[in-house]
Design a protein around this ligand. Sequence first.
Ligand code: PMP
Length: 364
Amino acid sequence: EFSVRPEIMEFDPYKPGLTIEQIQAEYGLETVIKLASNENPLGTSPVVQKTIERNAARAFRYPENHTPRLVEEISRQVGVPEECVLVGNGSDEIIDMLFRMKAHPGRDNVVCYEHCFSMYRMCAKLAGVEYREVPRGKDFALPLDKMAEAADENTAMVIVTSPDNPTGQVAHVEDLAVLAGVLPKDCLLVVDEAYVDFTWPPESYTPVQAWDKFENLVVLRTFSKAYGLAGLRVGYGILPPALMARLKNARIPFTVNLLAEEAAIAALRDETFYNETLQLVMSGREYFADELKRLGCRVWPTQANFVMFQPPKNAMDVFQALLERGIIVRPLKSFGLPDCIRVNVGTKQENETFIKVIGELLRG
Ligand code: PMP
């Protein structure tokens, strides 16, 4: 027996998502389709692949600390000053940093809402910070007003995911501004925009103008979805300069690797791939919504690259039956939604196969 911090004792083993290889081996299948982790349906951009190959020989070098070239590119493309951009090993790392560096262990709390991305709870526990979960409204509406009520003088952050995972709904900028305005100045409003590229019409909270009024606004973005780099782990936060000044000295060096930095720069410049991704996702999610409704499922409106639905049969049984037929989707039991499933948009052919197979299951 070794002693560890009491918070660490409370962790259950992490269950990673199923991989294509696992399902191929388990069910003896040749072709398996994965629509479970909201990855890019087009794969890795060919331009990015070439960039990675070109830079492979430099892998023996340390990367430049804190990815200054990527920071510059993000600053230019997003239109925010360089001193606001914090790049991390996936946006997961930025979330973890905010919990560890902003919230005081044993004193502070963080306010989120139920059925949301599991990293927030995990990071709260790791950081020794109280996690407050506000109930959602009708039809899983984001409870922004209740979040404001739940915050007190020890609330370090209030976190909203927009578009929301797993429902796909968007928090409107005006409503977020109201929330930011009622929070204490030292309490951050963190808007996790992992899926923001897919919103139509565009609805993103680029904070530069908002900072005139609300200095407490932080926005998180990722290269894992629309830019197709989930495996390389790159994300970033746009933070108020005064907060960045505090955090930057305590950062662990070199968490973003050299190939990831080069790939992310190339991905930002590869407009063709990005636009093709958006088109595919937007038409695919409409197709899913229409077809799933036709099959008797309840479907929630989505602005992300996935759709949440409730099948007319037991969701875990449907998930299992899909697996046995070589299709991996995400059952939402671990989000506290045992009747629902999340499926991300794939290629046109993958989408059609999914609808055909789930159609057979639901009609049969
Ligand atoms: N935020 C949300 C809401 C997400 O769904 C995800 C990915 N599952 C992330 C953050 C993490 O993304 P990254 O790959 O950049 O760590």
